[in-house]
Design a protein around this ligand. Structure first.
Ligand code: ADP
Ligand code: MG
Length: 579
């Protein structure tokens, strides 16, 4: 509970901070892009005890951002102070900085926003019989005037960076800024699932984050149905009197970026490298090289053990005894993961095998587990090519490793990794793979962030083989899905693809998109561990795998695909003279 908001309706007056307090504040630029404005305004609404907040953006927030709340409001006589730098109602003196209970405390955000945009602040306290408003554009506010609105506050910021063209240049496309705005709202919703947030654009509502029953409920809505069935809870005590609650996706749901692990500390959405690393360490044995766990963790710590005054945007916080905290989190997550019994069949992507039509005999199906070779029907052979000698398939171990014979020894091939690599290469080389129209188009629900990602990268999604059309509200109709070598994706693979797209796209990663799209599609369309594979399919995959001049010995996630056992080594094992 934030101090300012409890009990709702009480607040302290806004005051100018004294110089000693100002000196202790980690000053810096808080307004970099529309999403940073949305973050500051949303946090102010939460500090004011709002139960419902509406965020409206025009052109990704570049043209206008408006946040309406039903919080405690600002009295008429304090309105000009609210826009002044280092004026806040949240700190009484420097000592309050040692136990910060509100999201804001520096009294900087509104001033910083008013310095680079045209701002209108309209507010009405709960006991006032009228609302008041004032405007500021790049500097000092104008006069306070009467206005109309129910109790609460509206802040509108128009024409971001209108007076600072240099910073305008750093803005990305409206569609890309929109993705960031939606991601910010999502992050704050996961930190405060008890507050309802609506996100709208000039064209209408794009996201409705209703009050969630609990963290798991909120996480399921943000991550989608795959998460609802593929996640496990984690909870326990933290050193120094803290507590951890959370929900994490099983390893199969891991993504190629670290941005889908959400962390809240005392209900503030933060980015924490030590916590993210602790979670990853707990997953270590279950994850590929470039995979990152997804989910939400909520930490409750005594105020003295966490310092939000460490970073200008407060996105990073400092912990007392960070190592002990990280280690406690690693152990809690590891135990929860070990104690979790997955309902889905095992396999690198966890989800059930796609209902791909497979030609040819699936010979070993129903043959019983006592056979050590099953999964493919030998004999299957791959003719020699310029780059590899002839290969003959002997069988498979546990429907996971193909065993093949070559003149100079044997090869063990991971069927999922090989199939994934072949798909990944095909997609990356041609920029597109085949598509298959669905006889019965499937309707999927998309989150605001996924919608924004779809809008921002419609062409990449199409090239990947998906054909998607709006179907009203959050619903989208999938009419065609990617397909390659007789395998096709389920419509539900669209969400992870969009999440993958939305996760990246940082200005520092200009070229990652094609790889991320290819990796996501390949991972979902590939043969899975446990799948029965026909000799034809084995032949097609292995032919393509070895068609390159240097065979790819690692899958897109960095795990090995092929292990060679040379004849000479076999001879050594059996103490035979090498011929
Ligand atoms: P800070 O949040 O660090 O105090 P801001 O510049 O964001 O600084 O806001 C200045 C002050 O304006 C706040 O301390 C608060 O008293 C008041 N204020 C801002 N936004 C709201 C809001 N949505 N509802 C009520 N009061 C607000
Ligand atoms: Mg603030």
């Amino acid at each position: 509970m934030t101090a300012d908001a409890s009990p709702a309706g009480t607040r302290r007056p806004i005051r100018r901070l004294d110089p000693q307090t100002i000196e202790r504040i980690a000053a810096g630029e808080v307004v970099e892009r529309p999403a940073s404005v949305v973050k500051e305004l949303l946090e102010n609404a939460l500090d004011a005890g709002a139960t419902e907040v509406r965020v409206t953006v025009a052109r990704g927030g570049i043209d206008a951002i408006r946040v309406d709340d039903d919080g405690v409001g600002i009295p008429k006589e304090e309105l000009p102070l609210a826009l002044e730098r280092h004026a806040t109602s949240k700190l009484a003196g420097p000592d309050d900085l040692d136990a910060i209970a509100t999201l804001g405390f520096r009294g900087e955000a509104l001033a910083a926003i008013a310095a680079v945009a045209r701002v209108t602040l309209t507010s009405r306290t709960r006991d006032a019989d009228a609302a008041y408003a004032l405007e500021a554009a790049g500097g000092a506010p104008g006069p306070v005037r009467a206005a109309a609105r129910p109790p609460g506050t509206t802040v509108e910021a128009r024409e971001l960076f209108f007076n600072t063209p240099a910073r305008q240049k750093f803005l990305r496309s409206a569609a890309a800024e929109q993705v960031e705005v939606a991601a910010t709202v999502e992050r704050i919703h996961l930190a405060r699932p008890d507050v309802a947030i609506v996100l709208a654009t000039e064209r209408g509502e794009i996201g409705r984050y209703v009050r969630a029953l609990d963290l798991g409920d909120a996480a399921n809505r943000v991550f989608g149905p795959e998460f609802a069935t593929g996640s496990f809870p984690v909870s326990g005590a933290l050193p120094g009197g803290g507590r951890l609650e959370g929900v994490l996706g099983r390893p199969a749901l891991a993504r190629s970026h670290s941005t889908s692990l959400f962390v809240a500390v005392n209900r503030r959405a933060v980015a924490s490298r030590p916590i993210a690393q602790a979670v990853r360490a707990a997953f270590q044995e279950h994850l590929g090289r470039a995979r990152f766990p997804i989910g939400v963790l909520a930490l409750t710590l005594p105020p003295g053990r966490v310092d939000p005054n460490a970073h200008p945007t407060k996105r990073e916080v400092r912990f007392a005894d960070e190592r002990a905290l990280a280690e406690a989190i690693r152990l809690l997550v590891r135990d929860a993961l070990l104690g979790d019994a997955p309902a889905a069949p095992p396999g690198p992507a966890g989800a059930p095998a796609p209902p791909a039509p497979r030609p040819g005999p699936t010979a070993s199906e129903g043959r019983g587990r006592q056979r050590s070779f099953e999964g493919v029907a030998p004999p299957a052979s791959v003719a020699p090519s310029a780059h590899h000698p002839a290969l003959r398939l002997l069988g498979s171990i546990g429907r996971l490793y193909w065993v093949a014979e070559r003149d100079d020894g044997a090869l063990l091939i991971d069927q999922h990794a090989a199939s994934e690599r072949v798909l990944f290469d095909a997609l990356l080389a041609h920029g597109r793979i085949g598509r298959q129209e669905l006889l019965h188009p499937t309707v999927v629900l998309l989150s605001a962030r996924e919608k924004a990602a779809l809008e921002a990268h419609a062409e990449a999604v199409r090239a990947a083989g998906f054909e998607v059309a709006p179907f009203g509200g959050d619903r989208y109709r999938v009419r065609a899905v990617p397909s390659y070598l007789g395998r096709r994706l389920g419509a539900e693979a669209l969400r992870p693809l969009l999440a993958e797209i939305a996760d990246g796209g940082r200005p520092t990663v200009p070229d990652g998109l094609a790889e991320r799209v290819a990796a996501s599609i390949a991972c979902h369309a590939a043969v899975r561990a446990g799948d029965v594979v026909s000799p034809e399919e084995f032949g097609q995959i292995v032919e393509r795998l070895f068609a390159r001049s240097e065979p790819a010995y690692a899958c897109p996630h960095g795990r090995p695909i092929v292990v060679e056992v040379r004849r000479a080594r076999l001879d050594r094992w059996f103490l035979r003279p090498t011929p």
